[in-house]
Design a protein around this ligand. Sequence first.
Ligand code: HEC
Ligand code: HEC
Length: 210
Amino acid sequence: MRFGWTGGIFTIAMGTLAFGAAMSAHAAGDAQQGEQKFYTCLGCHGIEGYRNAYPDYDVPRLRHQHAAALVAALKEYRTGERPHSTMHAQASSLSDQDLADIAAYLQGPDPVKPTPPTGAAPAMVATCAACHGENGLGVDAPLEPKPPILAGQHADYLEQALAAYRNGRRKNAVMSAMAKGIASDADLKKLAEYYAGQHSPLVTATVGSR
Ligand code: HEC
Ligand code: HEC
């Protein structure tokens, strides 16, 4: 792999990651409880093609996302490290046990099977791949925080997420450093489209989906 465009930034980003051995004990989730607790989320996340308003973009797909990544994201909405007023209210009304249950339900029982990357990767993917894989499904190393699956996510959601890391609205230290290394809006859009176009287990978490 080559990290020419952003070697320094990459080192900083990797420095803020810990490996799994040092991982804090996470609450074990109960998927059956999680299914019931997810009921209030269906109005947005359970509807194919549902969109956020102002700004307009697709609500993210959650079914088969890594449980650890879902919990990490929800905690960031709770603390405000990710800004979104509805998601802040939703995450603040849930206990850590609720988050673990919902995440266990959404991830489901099947492990994600690796698939080969598809399409021409923009040069910067060489850097992203250290954590997200070239196929957007992640890497074997037990990284903490757990990087989310990007493959098959809505391109416009990935694009707005990257823009939010880059302009400081999302405060995650790892991704802020990475996104600041993306030179232009056009490069940012290409990365979002590349990862959205990869083979993926991610789908909309409609009622009863498994
Ligand atoms: C009013 C619509 C709405 C409701 C209700 C809602 N969400 Fe969300 N959710 C969103 C939007 C929009 C985003 C993307 C926010 C952003 O840009 O960061 C989001 C983001 C997320 C993410 C981050 C996904 C990722 O890939 O990082 C998770 C996890 C999530 N929601 C879980 C839930 C859960 C669990 C509930 C119910 C307790 C819920 N949401 C209720 C609209 C909603
Ligand atoms: C050092 C590891 C690492 C590298 C390298 C990395 N990421 Fe990430 N990425 C993460 C982590 C961890 C998160 C979760 C951050 C959070 O909680 O908001 C994440 C989140 C994201 C998200 C938000 C997804 C969602 O569902 O909200 C996008 C988009 C993303 N990364 C794209 C990229 C791109 C494009 C690159 C290359 C330019 C890249 N990442 C490089 C670790 C990494």
